[in-house]
Design a protein around this ligand. Structure first.
Ligand code: DOR
Ligand code: ZN
Length: 350
């Protein structure tokens, strides 16, 4: 039995770091293991322009503890007023690595997102020209559409028509939750990839709802039935380079989760690598872990894999149940419902 596994240092291709005290509290949890992350722009107010992204990047680097190495890969929040030339300049300078599409109202801080997709076509055409990826929160917001169907309906009514209209547009379907999404990725050409979160490999909708409501398992897109969870596990562990890790680790303080109208988000930065090693081993695919966490994402984003390494050892350790913050309460770390058989024992930056 393998006792130790060394892989290229991983990246997180979808991460929420927030700002201020929350940023200070959660950044070390990611930087301890991950070399880089695609940083979500859904701050209040959102990160819309290149200069806002530059200022946010500076705040992230200022919050990084001494001795930690971490590179934030910045994104812009797409609005109906986004200027194609500002996007192109921010990409050309190397600052911005993707643009994020939130359908207005789809999730946390998405009110400034897109309602009329026709209005963003000029930006998307410019992005297609320069090869800048569009990251999509792939859910429709039409109140008549059942929340469990919103991803599948988005693919049929928004994403597929958009990709037919702008075939050169490179798209990442973020945090996919359905077999429909995994099948759609497989049916497409090289310009389409998908991130999969740690928590969607571990939970399905029963975990949220059976035996009492579990607010710390509530995220968006909401976890679907077990057959979809199985399809995600199959996709993530398949070795198909179009699937890669985006944790969507999304901190909310406990009072904002454990209340009458709780926020969406699972916080997985702390124990993601241990959980993934456990899941990949369960699937008989430990040899595919490095591709999923460290190789497939850089290949899609046309970046080199990290020079450093991360070593996992087969023995459990206790990860903290909560991260303390000065942001109004602690953040609960995702509980996978099992003790991961692995832990991260060493990380080298080069
Ligand atoms: O669960 C989620 N939390 N899904 C999202 O799309 C946003 C995120 C957040 O920002 O909290
Ligand atoms: Zn997210």
């Amino acid at each position: 039995m393998t006792q130790s596994l060394t892989i290229r240092r991983p990246d997180d291709w979808h991460l929420h770091l927030r700002d201020g005290e929350m940023l200070r509290a959660v950044l070390p949890e990611t930087a301890r293991h991950f070399a880089r992350a695609i940083i979500m722009p859904n701050l209040v107010p959102p990160v819309v322009t290149g200069s806002q992204a530059g200022a946010y990047r500076d705040r992230i680097l200022a919050a990084l503890p001494e001795g930690m190495s971490f590179e934030p890969l910045m994104t812009l929040y797409l609005t109906e007023d986004t200027d194609p030339e500002d996007v192109a300049a921010a990409a050309a300078s190397g600052l911005v690595k993707a643009v994020k599409l939130y359908p207005a109202g789809a999730t946390t801080n998405s009110a400034s997102g897109v309602t009329d997709f026709r209005k963003v076509v000029p930006v998307l055409e410019r992005m297609a020209e320069i090869g800048l990826p569009l990251c999509t929160h792939g859910e429709v917001t039409n109140p008549e559409i059942d929340i469990f169907d919103r991803e599948a309906v988005f693919i049929d009514t928004v994403l597929d028509p958009l990709r037919r209209e702008i075939p050169q547009l490179r798209v990442v379907m973020e945090h996919i939750t359905t077999s429909d999404a995994a099948d759609y990725v497989r049916s497409a050409n090289a310009g389409l990839g998908a991130t999969i979160t740690t928590h969607h490999l571990v939970i399905n909708r029963n975990h949220i709802l059976v035996g009492g409501i579990k607010p710390h398992y509530y995220c968006l897109p909401v976890a679907k039935r077990a057959t979809h969870q199985q399809a995600l596990r199959k996709a993530a562990t398949s070795g198909d380079p179009r699937f890669f890790l985006g944790t969507d680790s999304a901190p909310h303080v406990d009072p904002a989760k454990e209340c009458g109208c709780g926020c969406a988000g699972c916080f997985t930065a702390t124990n993601t690598m241990a959980i993934l090693a456990h899941v990949f081993e369960e699937e008989g695919a430990l040899d595919k872990l490095e591709g999923f966490t460290s190789l497939n994402g850089p290949a899609f984003y046309r970046l080199a894999p990290n020079p450093g390494t991360l070593t996992l050892e087969r023995s459990p350790i206790d990860y903290p149940a909560k991260i303390e913050t000065q942001a109004g309460g602690p953040v609960t770390v995702f509980d996978p419902g099992f003790t991961p058989a692995w832990h991260v024992s060493a990380v080298s930056a080069d």
